[in-house]
Design a protein around this ligand. Sequence first.
Ligand code: GUN
Length: 276
Amino acid sequence: MILSGRKFAKTVRRNLAEEISKTGGRPPGLAVVIVGDNPASQIYVSMKKKACEKAGLISRIVHLDEAVSENRLLREIESLNQDSSIDGILCQLPLPEHISDETVASSILPSKDVDGFHPVNVGKLWRGEEGLFPCTPVGIIALLKHSEIRIDGVNAVIVGRSNIVGKPMAALLLREHATVTIAHSHTPDLPGLCRQADILITALGKPHFINSEYVKPGSTLIDVGITRTSEGLRGDVDFEQVKDICGAITPVPGGVGPLTIAFLISNTMKAWNRNR
Ligand code: GUN
């Protein structure tokens, strides 16, 4: 089974757009802060803006110069924190070397933190409380449920321990009662560990690293890694090699990628519903 994140994301965005159009009053507002001219970041930000507008959200892009001071960026975020027309704020990563990701994440009001990177939201996630949680892992859980893939009681292995994907993914799978292992570059016998996974989630950024040696027959493979190569976009998983071994798999492109924006809109609406 091919798990089409693209198709599912479209349905999610259509449902969210319908909810916005039915609700009167002020539309949800998202502010996206981008620092510098990283080409990949610029593409992501313009995709976010387009998708927001199509769904009926107001989006505001705040573009700051690469050389902007951390203080100036924090003042910009503070003014968005105070702005009652803005429900969600995200600061596109990576940030320049002289600006601390952690300081920026902690400066966004937790109630507007649609990336779910603020320590308050991270704490709520691990404690099993309500909050705003990172868009990609939230989207992956929704895709698994939509595809009727069992999470409760299964073995889930995540390869990658980032704050954006690996760690929040583990917390969300744990909340759904999976037995969760986080593997990384220091993990011994990675293929053997991955072969025990009923659900294998990879966020490595190493094109076609995951081959048939890593895959349990009938398992579900969620490929979060996307690398631009000279032959086009490549996932972490060697799709051709594993497609007849696994039970379900997300393709690259068209798998996990489109979920992130759909669930960014969903998080912004969650914030809007609470903040109104
Ligand atoms: N850069 C790559 N992924 C992300 C993300 O999920 N959020 C933000 N803010 N920046 C990113």
